[in-house]
Design a protein around this ligand. Structure first.
Ligand code: ZN
Ligand code: ZN
Length: 440
């Protein structure tokens, strides 16, 4: 029988126990790897490395008798379905898994040398593009001493990306990898996430210094930003390190030049609910509303990515400035625990003159599919409310635009549908408008 992700958590999935089934999804391996015999699969490509929804109904554990070839993007698997009652294990497992034909697993579009690009495509990036959400430079792993920083400034210069919103991860320490499984392990200890935020912010500043990048502190800084000297907007994905203390926002603004804050991540925190877990607060909390008002007053861009639609509704009613939703895509029929958003969710962001950053997460990982995903969102909210949020080096699965050096290719792909002035808005102009309104 063929199982769908909508069956998970329903009697149909339980009845399939012990039966031969087929299911399609996105493998989540700890490291990019061509083959694997034990991995997790999700309905959609995952967000940030080390982050998988901890809801067991959103994940299938795959166990194969021999290493399976994992292509680029979705795979269709067959195997024997097992429903586990082990409270510490994943609920659903596929044993003796085999890859089935039927889903294209084309290789990542090779990064063409820049001299192959049509000249107009290069011109369209105009060197002022902004990425609304990035972990570029290998910041996540480097912060935890698991790897070193990578060069992000050179591909930015080569591709025409002037500025990236570079993120620390607020709840990173409690999202854990152990024995082939990625799971949130526990509640944070008192002060743990605050301490971890300081280590990550310090590493972020080390990256900026060591690669001679600039920090965007003011609207004038962003106006002046060009890819010839790449720059960073200091950002946090998750405000977990506030621990409910509003004064830490002022501290982060001064000490770390924080200018963008995503309220929630993969842990329902003191600010509100997330898309990948059951609701705890009914949306945005009173503290979450207080943080938005303080961000409005201080000049920090608020990002409601990962938040539930209920959180977004109250955030929209609270804020006096435009907000962003930095990394997502449109879904007409959202899966349970999805990170994608519906048209109504998207229109709520547009209603306060905000911007939605589109993920390079596509069925086939290439810039043409990425451009289509951007165009789909433009069809819903208009060309003034869409941008790009690459989540570079934060994605579990393959990226349709793995390097900033590929940006001219994206511009070229967009040019079949949009005029140069519109492409300029999508690649950074819309975000710059939001930033200038928030930071003024
Ligand atoms: Zn994320
Ligand atoms: Zn991220």
């Amino acid at each position: 029988m063929r199982l769908s992700w909508r069956d998970l958590g329903m009697p149909r999935a339980d009845r399939a126990h012990g039966k031969a089934v087929e299911i399609s999804g996105f493998p989540a391996t700890i490291l990019p790897t061509p083959t694997a015999d034990h991995f997790l699969m999700m309905a959609e490509p995952g967000c940030c490395a080390d982050c998988v929804p901890n809801n067991p109904l959103a994940v299938v554990e795959i166990v194969a008798d021999r290493p399976l070839k994992l292509g680029n993007g979705a795979v269709r698997l067959s195997g024997t379905w097992q429903v586990s009652v082990d409270p510490d294990g994943w609920r659903y497992q596929l044993h003796a898994a085999e890859v089935m034909p039927g889903i294209s697993r084309r290789a990542v579009l090779a990064a063409s040398p820049l001299f192959c690009l049509p000249v107009p495509a290069m011109a369209q990036t105009d060197g002022t593009a902004v990425d609304l959400h990035s972990h570029g430079g290998n910041l996540i792993k480097a912060s935890y001493g698991r790897d070193s920083l990578l060069d992000v400034a050179t591909p930015m210069r080569n591709g025409g990306m002037s500025t990236i919103c570079l993120c620390i991860v607020g709840d990173g320490p409690v999202l854990n990898v152990s024995s082939g499984r990625i799971r949130p392990s526990r509640d944070p200890k008192p002060g743990e996430l605050y301490d971890a935020s300081k280590i990550q912010f310090a590493k972020l500043h080390e990256l900026i210094r060591s690669q001679s990048m600039a920090i965007v502190r003011t609207a004038a800084d962003l106006r002046a930003a060009r890819a010839s000297q790449p720059s960073v907007i200091v950002t946090s994905e998750g405000a977990d390190w506030l621990d409910g203390k509003i004064e830490r926002l002022d501290e982060a603004y001064r000490r770390w030049q924080l200018r963008q804050l995503q309220l929630t991540h993969y842990r329902p925190n003191e600010l509100g609910d997330i898309q990948t877990e059951p609701s705890v607060h009914g949306g945005l909390t009173d503290f979450g509303a207080e943080v938005i008002r303080r961000c409005n007053a201080m000049g920090i861009v608020v990002d409601v990515a990962h938040g539930t639609f209920d959180l977004v509704k109250r955030a929209v009613a609270t804020t006096t400035k435009p907000m962003i939703l930095s990394h997502t895509a449109l879904s007409d029929r959202p899966y349970p625990w999805t990170r994608l958003i519906t048209s109504d969710h998207a229109r709520a962001i547009a209603s306060i003159r905000g911007v939605i950053g589109i993920w390079p997460v596509t069925q086939v990982a290439n810039v043409a599919a990425y451009a289509e995903s951007i165009a789909r969102m433009v069809d819903v909210v208009g060309v003034d409310h869409v941008g790009i949020g690459t989540d570079q080096l934060g994605l579990q699965g393959p990226s349709a635009m793995p390097s900033y050096a590929d940006l001219p290719q994206l511009a070229a792909a967009l040019s079949s549908r949009f005029k140069p002035a519109e492409i300029s808005k999508l690649l950074g102009g819309n975000y710059r408008r939001v930033f200038e309104t928030c930071i003024a």
